[in-house]
Write a protein that binds this ligand. Structure first.
Ligand code: ADP
Ligand code: ZN
Length: 735
């Protein structure tokens, strides 16, 4: 686990006499030397623009120059950029990240410089107001523009033209004639400071106690990690808002990290209810202008609260005072490309380096976090009950061996009956299946041919609604062919197995009156559509919601009483280290959607293995026993978090080249006690996007500095052209 590895950050020096090291946001192992021109003063952390080959690139002064470039060849810094310097702790953080993930430090810097446009002086926009003395004679169009301009605050030319229903030329002509006076508009739309004293909800006893402790932690202004654990519906959000309020009351900034930012409309509404304003949002779908405005507002401290996905860790906070990681166990905190890191772990590292408190929030904390609580490294606050006296739902198994659905159907009689009862009572039902599309496999009935992705070793998934076959790994799609490509039999395809679309079809057959909706990442067009659907469910304009894991996250649907998991065994297949833990977390979260208000909830798990430890834990509600068992198993085998693990994945289009490289790599592995290298072997997803993939797994005890080991090893084996080697420390996905 990241927070305990004792590795020192990149050294940060002071500026030398006229020469400094400038780190560039490129995959470089260290800074390059540049000359500081006469009349310019720079210090570590300053953002500067420097020449690199024929280009100008922005970088950060990292420390003293190395002196490894002959003075004659040394190039000069072109300009100091008008943004606040990167403080020392953030430079240390990037160094730490690079070291831990065995990545070039320049690649880590790139994460912190994701908005190049934010580094230049804000361009101001021009707005217009009507002049005091308008010309006497005016065309109708011009008069309309002046009427619009006369009312209220300055507006941009485009704005005026649109409001008056005229072309841009009319506005320009008025400006040229002096009838419109230009004024400078604020560069960007700003953020309003949330009011920490805005009335929140009155907290219950347990909530109030937990909130007081979090306030104390947030007020202490020092590093601490607190796990806020509470059953689904216990009001964790309301409680950690108290910590946010405390940070705000002290004039500092707060970062709240949430998974799947697109789906947080309900969260934003609650934030607004609590603080009276909206926070700054940060995620990949943000429009460019908003990214730039947010980046700068975070840098100058005028964005006091940021809610964001993992990349929000790398924003240039002026004075960060608190980090909250909601749903800390969530797999989407793992960045799987480029610099491969876990944002939950890195939030803890950032907290330590910035000397600020970190709050991890979950109903089903990760084993890593539980172990840190047990060892006393993390504090622990618990909310044992649902808020407002709501009961946790009852969970029962539907044994598919004895209570199967009819042939070609996916819902067992027990589930159908329960959904019918919910609908009859004016309640809602949710059917959960973590598989998009109609059917995961399309098979030729004549010859048995399976439709496979041409780029990946994976089956194509039928999406009947869109009328095509799709690869869920690379995005390839094609129309369903009329003839089997193998035996040319016409119309011979059979859909095998269910996806959410197929379950929806069954619901439509069984409950033709019910208003059903499918919620999956491909059926909703974006954040707004997702928010609309969530609202429709909350307002009871939907009776049956059928969805993938995105329905499991955080939603509060008061009338939802029946939840059925169509295939509870789905996540358990494959030899994944975390399969059991992950399935337990996901299904608990799904179950947690049921019965959150007055009406009690019932949850049904359709399974072929009701005796599996995961099912037993869910059925009995004995999470502690499950965690203890899981912990023992991992401890016995030196698996994370008790041991260290790193996956090395080599990939390339030429299968022989990749295979040859991984064999050479395996042979070169230094023999060290307590380090085992397993493989190479084809990765479970052996071909992805046309690239052949081979994997090595490194297992080591906690005493081993696995990063040093990797650097020594990988440094000795050059990666040939056409091959890419990814280093995944603490792997989460084993595909
Ligand atoms: P969790 O995140 O623990 O699952 P939530 O924070 O979503 O729980 O709370 C569940 C529901 O209970 C929400 O609708 C929330 O607004 C409501 N709630 C929680 N605490 C209070 C409170 N003190 N007063 C009123 N409503 C509350
Ligand atoms: Zn594919």
């Amino acid at each position: 686990m990241a927070s305990t590895t004792a590795t020192s950050p990149q050294p940060v020096g002071t500026t030398g006499a006229g020469t400094v090291g400038v780190l560039l946001p490129l995959p470089l192992r260290g800074p390059y030397d540049y000359r500081v021109p006469a009349g310019m003063a720079v210090a570590p952390g300053d953002f500067v623009s420097v020449p690199l080959g024929p280009r100008q690139v922005a970088g950060v002064v990292w420390g003293a120059g190395q002196g490894d470039v002959p003075p004659a060849k040394l190039r000069s810094i072109a300009a100091k950029l008008p943004v606040p310097p990167m403080p020392r702790y953030r430079r240390e953080f990037l160094g730490w990240l690079a070291n831990y993930t065995v990545s070039p430090v320049g690649a880590a810097l790139r994460l912190a410089m994701s908005v190049p446009a934010a580094l230049s002086e804000p361009r101001f926009r021009v707005g217009y107001v009507a002049a005091a003395n308008p010309p006497a004679k005016l065309t109708a169009q011009r008069r309309r523009v002046l009427e619009v301009a006369a009312g209220g605050s300055p507006r941009s030319a485009a704005d005026l033209a649109e409001a008056a229903g005229v072309g841009a030329g009319v506005v320009r002509a008025l400006a040229d004639a002096g009838a419109l006076v230009p004024v400078r508009l604020a560069a960007e739309e700003g953020f309003t400071r949330p009011d920490p004293h805005h009335t929140g909800l009155a907290l219950s006893g347990a909530q109030g106690q937990a909130a007081a402790e979090l306030r104390a932690a947030a007020g202490a202004g020092d590093f601490s990690v607190t796990l806020l654990e509470g059953v689904t519906g216990s009001g964790k959000t309301e409680v950690y808002f108290a910590a946010v309020a405390e940070a705000l009351a002290r004039g500092r900034q707060a970062l709240v990290m949430v998974p799947e930012i697109a789906l947080t409309a309900q969260w934003l509404e609650r934030f607004h209810a609590r603080f009276g304003v909206a926070p700054a949002e940060w995620h990949s779908e943000l429009p460019m202008a908003r990214r730039r405005a947010t980046w700068r507002a975070v840098a100058d401290g005028t964005a006091p609260v940021v809610v964001g996905a993992r990349s929000a860790l790398f924003l240039p906070y002026a004075d960060l005072g608190l980090v909250v990681v909601d749903e800390e166990h969530d797999g989407s905190y793992k960045q799987e490309e480029g610099v491969i890191y876990n944002a939950r772990d890195m939030a803890v590292v950032l907290g330590r380096l910035a000397h600020i408190p970190v709050v991890l929030v979950s109903a089903t904390p990760s084993l890593e976090t539980v172990v840190n609580v047990q060892s006393g490294r993390y504090r622990h606050l618990q909310l044992p009950d649902r808020f407002g006296g709501a009961e946790l739902p009852t969970i029962s198994a539907v044994d598919l061996r004895t209570d199967p659905p009819p042939r070609g159907h996916w819902l067992s009689p027990t589930v159908v009956k329960a959904v019918g009862e919910a609908l009859a009572a004016g309640s809602q039902a949710m059917l959960f299946l973590n598989r998009r599309g109609y059917a995961p496999l399309t098979l030729c009935r004549s010859c048995g041919h399976r439709m496979e992705c041409p780029n990946c070793q994976a089956w194509l998934v039928e999406h009947r609604h869109a009328g095509r076959l799709e690869c869920h790994h690379c995005g390839f799609h094609a129309a369903i062919p009329e003839k089997c490509p193998n035996c040319t039999a016409p119309n011979s395809f059979a859909a095998c197995g269910p996806g959410v679309e197929r379950v929806a079809e069954e619901v439509a057959r069984l409950f033709p009156e019910a208003r059903a909706a499918v919620m999956a990442s491909d059926t909703i067009a974006g954040p707004t559509a997702a928010a609309d659907l969530v609202r429709a469910v909350a307002e009871h304009r939907v009776d049956v919601l059928i969805g993938t894991q995105i329905v499991a996250k955080g939603h509060h649907f008061p009338l939802l009483t029946v939840v059925a998991v169509v295939d509870a065994d789905l996540g358990l297949a494959g030899g994944d280290l975390r399969a059991a833990e992950r399935t337990y977390q996901l299904l608990s979260q799904v179950a947690g959607r049921a019965g959150r208000a007055e009406r009690p909830g019932r949850v049904f798990l359709q399974t072929y293995a009701p005796e599996h430890p995961v099912m037993e834990a869910l059925l009995s509600g004995d999470r502690d026993a499950f965690i203890a068992r899981e912990a023992t198993e991992r401890r016995d085998h030196d698996l994370p978090p008790f041991g260290r693990m790193v996956a090395l994945i080599a990939s390339g289009t030429d299968p022989d080249r990749v295979a040859q490289f991984v064999r050479a790599l395996a042979r070169a592995a230094p023999a060290v006690p307590d380090v085992h290298v397993l493989g190479p072997a084809p990765a479970p997803l052996a071909v992805l996007r046309g690239r052949h993939r081979h994997r090595l797994l490194v297992k080591a005890t906690r005493a081993v500095n696995v990063q040093d080991y990797l650097r020594r090893w990988l440094g000795a084996v050059p990666v040939p052209g056409g091959v890419h080697l990814a280093v995944d420390v603490d792997p989460y996905s084993f595909l």
